[in-house]
Every structure is written in C-alpha cells, then in structure tokens.
Design a binder for this molecule. Sequence first.
Ligand code: AMP
Length: 398
Amino acid sequence: MAKCIAVNCGSSSIKYKLYEMPEEKVICSGQVERIGHEDGIFSIKFNGQARKEILPIMDHAVGVELILKALVEMNIIASFDEIKAVGHRVVQGGKYFSKSVIFDDYCEEKVAELIPLDPLHAPAHLTGFHAFKKALPNAVAIAVFDTAFHQTMEAEDYVFPIPYEYTEKYACRRYGAHGTSHNYLAIKAKEDYLKDVDDERIISCHIGSGSSLAAIRGGKCVATTMGLTPLGGVMMGTRTGDMDPSVMDYLSTCTGKDVHVLYDEFNKKSGFLGVSGKSNDTRDIESGAAEGDERCILAANLFARRVADFIGSYFVRLGGADLILFSAGIGENSGWFRKLIIDRISDALGIVLDEEANNSRGEKVISAPNSKIKVVVIPTDEEVMIARDCYKALEGTL
Ligand code: AMP
C-alpha cells in the first residue's frame, strides 16, 4: 500500500487528490486557487468534511505547503514521507512522450522546450513540479501527458497540409488533448461493455468546458479532434474549435486587430460564449434555449452539429463502431445535449435512444436494445489514471 497524490498545476491553481494505492481509494481531495493573490483560497474535502480558508497564497510553494500541512493537521498522514509518489498532469508532451514518465531532468527539459506549444499551462506545470519536489524530495515524481494517448495516430491523422518543412522544423502537427480521459474511458468501456469484442471500436466524446472526441480501436487512439493545441476540433465553452483558417486574416483586416488578440478571442471569447453572447456554461445555454433565446438555440445546435459530424466521420474512420460513449461535464450531466447530438446521427447510424435512461443520472446505457450501436454514459476519472501510473512507477513497471 502506498499514498500517491495526483496533481494538476495551473497558472494560479493546484488541484489535488490523495489516493491509497493500489486500492484506488480516494483519501481526500481539494484545490488551491488564486495563487499569487492576497485572498488565495485553500480547500480540502476529507471524510465528508469540507474545509475552506481564504489567505495570502503568493506562490505555488506556499500552496503546496498548505496542502501538506493540512494533511498532517487533519491526521490524514503522520508525516510528509508517507506520500510516496506525486503524479503531475502535463498538457503537452509533444512528440517526445507516448506514455507517463519519471519527471527527471530530461522530462523537465522537454516540458520547458514545449512551452511555445502550451504557453498557458507548461510554465505552471514546471513551477508546481519544483514546489512539490522541494517539499517532498524523497517522493517519486512522474509526468502524465494529455497528449500521450494520441501518439498512436498515424501521419495521415496528425499531419497538417501545410508546407512540410513547417511540420518537420517546428513540429507543427496535431497532438490532441484529453488523452488521459479518453484512455480511462476506453479501458472502462472495454471492461464494462465490450469484454467479448476483439479489436473494439469506440467513439469517445469527452464534452465539457473543453471538448474533444477520439476514435479508438483496440484501446489505441486512431484519430482525435483537438489539434496542435486544445483550440481545435469541436466548438467549446469559450473556444472556436475548427474553422476556415482564413477567418484569422479576414477578421484582422476587418477589425485592425493583431492576430494574437484574435487568437486570444478564439480561445477565450468564442464557442458557446461567443455565439450565445450569454454564457460559456451549457446550463445557462440550456435554460436560455428553453426560454426561446435564439442565440442560445443556435449555439446549442452548432455544438450538437459539430459533435455529430465528428461522430459520423469517426464511424467511417473506424469502419463502424461498437460503442459511442459520452463523458465530462456536458456528456455526463445533460440528457438534453446528448439527445440533441444523437438526433443528428440516429438515422444514419441506426441509433435508438432510450429516452428514460437518457434522462437519468450516473453511468448507464442510454440506447434502446434495438439500437444498432450501444451508446453509454461513463463518468471520466483522469486522476485515478495518474494515481495508477504513480503506483506503477513505485513498482518499477512504468
Ligand atoms: P468539465 O470541463 O468537464 O468540468 O465540464 C464543465 C461544463 O459542463 C460546464 O461549464 C457546463 O457547461 C457543463 N455542465 C455541467 N453540468 C451540467 C448540466 N447539469 N447540464 C448541462 N451542462 C452541464
């Protein structure tokens, strides 16, 4: 038995979950938010209790200290040494990492080299890594990459049709994201629904504030929607997803805005927020649509159309599908959105929705028995994948 902590370090936050492994028992979880501010927020959930404090948290090192101090004060651990491994979620692993690795000097060098591909998260991952390393010098540190699962894609799925020298010189290609989630979902789907199917074909829809789909065959990713960065693919909470690339140049000419300003708008002011003019949260879009707000209806339809189109494309890509799964904030919680998507693929793919199941909660099959393809909802769990790899590192099997 060993305690392993899964962490997700953002630019101003640290999300964490402490596990007892290999039992996969969640001991506690929480987050540090507003790092760099006088009114930072520290929270922890343990044994049904929730503790929240507002205090100055000027850097990640302070945030890590707060987490560890609380673990001792609340008698969750007797000493820091009890934590044997720290698993860091890293968004971008580029072409270098096709699986989780020990966070050693080489890994650190490569994560730093990849900052231009992920300027938002990569520096924060490194800061968080250093803070944990200082506080827990004896714990094994590993990096778990969002891109690793997608490294099995073939060139025809990841090369962009740009001058080839850019692909070679700048490693400008599709990397995808949400790989840890798609990997978890593919494993769970195989265990729960596809035990007897060989070389199973899964279309995985991770749809939340960020959304991506993956076509998975025999547990390996064949294609995914996000591109060079998480801006590509389907429309999202605030991101555009795929568009005609000339939109950038045209709007720059029309508005006089620099491409960097527009790029920021495509990341932060577009998607559901941009189209609806109301919210990036699909709960607001759903209620807006119910009240007849035309822009909310348009935003919802745009999203459903894009997800449906990718499902159709992946059905062809895989030569059929044994399972379509929905997960993440929208996929797990909104029967309304799931139906909106399925209505757009049901005729072509012979899918029959079980309306009652679709309107209930939790992991379940939402297709009717006479549906040609089984459709399921599976809650995702990226943290447990990180904890599993931590334990493998401790066992020397990573
Ligand atoms: P995630 O990024 O996976 O945590 O998903 C968060 C997003 O899921 C939120 O911003 C909402 O857009 C969406 N969401 C969460 N709960 C619901 C719900 N009950 N109905 C519709 N959308 C939801």
